[in-house]
Design a protein around this ligand. Structure first.
Ligand SMILES: [Zn+2]
Length: 90
C-alpha cells in the first residue's frame, strides 16, 4: 500500500478513513512542478538523491487548506500551483 513519502508522517492509505479528511496526492506530471515536490521531500528527508516512485504519494497535511478545491463530483483535488511545505510535518 502506498504511504505518505514524508519521513515522519504516519499517514498510510490503508489506515485512513474517508472521514479523516486526509487525501493522498500523486506527484505531478509536469516536470517543473514535479521537481518542486521532489525538492521539498528531499529537504525533509535529508536525502539529496531521493526520487519518487510510481506509487509515491504526499498526504494532504503537508499542504495548506487553500491548496485544495472540490471537484464537480465532490472530490478533494489539489490546485496546480500547490507545492508541499514539509515544515508543517507532524
Ligand atoms: Zn504525510
Amino acid at each position: 500500500m502506498p504511504s505518505c513519502v514524508v519521513k515522519w508522517c504516519r499517514n498510510h492509505t490503508d489506515h485512513h478513513h474517508k472521514d479523516s479528511g486526509i487525501t493522498f496526492h500523486v506527484f505531478p506530471q509536469n516536470p517543473c512542478r514535479r521537481e518542486q515536490w521532489v525538492k521539498a521531500v528531499q529537504l525533509e528527508r535529508q536525502e539529496n538523491d531521493w526520487m519518487p516512485s510510481k506509487s509515491s504519494r504526499i498526504c494532504s497535511i503537508h499542504f495548506r487548506d487553500d491548496d485544495f478545491y472540490l471537484s464537480k463530483k465532490g472530490f478533494r483535488m489539489i490546485k496546480r500551483v500547490a507545492t508541499p511545505s514539509c515544515t508543517v510535518c507532524i
